[in-house]
Design a protein around this ligand. Sequence first.
Ligand code: AMP
Length: 249
Amino acid sequence: MKLLIPVKRVIDYNVKVRVKSDGTGVETSNVKMSMNPFDEIAVEEAVRLKEAGKAEEVIAVSLGVAQCQETIRTALAMGADRGIHVASDAHLEPLAVAKLLRALVERESPELVILGKQAIDDDSNQTGQMLAALLDWPQATFASELELGDGTAKVVREIDGGLETIDVNLPAIVTTDLRLNEPRYASLPNIMKAKKKPIDELTPDELGIDITPRLETLKVEEPAKRESGVMVETVAELVDKLKNEARVI
Ligand code: AMP
C-alpha cells in the first residue's frame, strides 16, 4: 500500500505572528518556518503503518516555494521514503492545493492520503475535504485513531459531542487530529540518511493545473487587545463590578 502525505511549510507554532504594517498579510521574512504540526502527526501515522508492515511506501509532498524541500526533508528524516515538491512562488489557496494533490494522486495511485485537519497559518480546514470531493473518495476527517483493515480503514473521529467511529472503503482521505499520535523527533543518523532520499520536482504547469487565486484578501488586522483582569477581594465587590462596570447582570 502506498501512502501520500501532504506536508505544508508554515510559520512555526512557537512564533508570535505579526501582521504586516500595510495590512496585506502576516510577516514571514526572517521568521522560523516548520512543518504544519498536524502534518507531522500525518507523517508519524504513515511511518507507523509502514513499520507495522501495513504500508510499503510513504511519499511526502509539499507545494510551494523552494524552501518546502526542507519540510519534505523533515518528513524523510522521520521515515518517509521519497518526496515530491510542486514548486510555486504563488500563494496557493486550498482549492488549488486540492487540485494539485488530485493530479499527484492520479500519477501515484496511493490507497490512502493522510493530511492535517488544518494548516495553522490559514486555519482553512478545507484541503482534505476538497480533495475527497474532487476524487470522489470517502473521507474521514479529524482522526484520533486509524486502523487499516482489508480494503477498509476504521477511523475514530473527534466530533463536538464526543467520538464517532466510521469505516471507509479504500482508497480514502483521512485528516489528522491532535490525539492521533505523538510525532517522533528525527534522529541525527536519520537526518543524514534523509539527505540521500529522492525528491522529485514538478510545477503546476507540468501537472496541468490552473492555480489562479479565487479569493482576494481585503485586509489583515490584529485581533482586538484583551484588557488585563483584576483581582477582587470579596464576592460583593465582584457582584458590584459585574453589575455596574461590565453590566452583565
Ligand atoms: P488547510 O485546508 O489549508 O487548513 O490545510 C489542510 C491540510 O492540507 C494541511 O494540514 C496539509 O496536510 C495540506 N496542505 C495544505 N496546503 C498545503 C501545501 N501547500 N503543501 C502541502 N500540503 C498542504
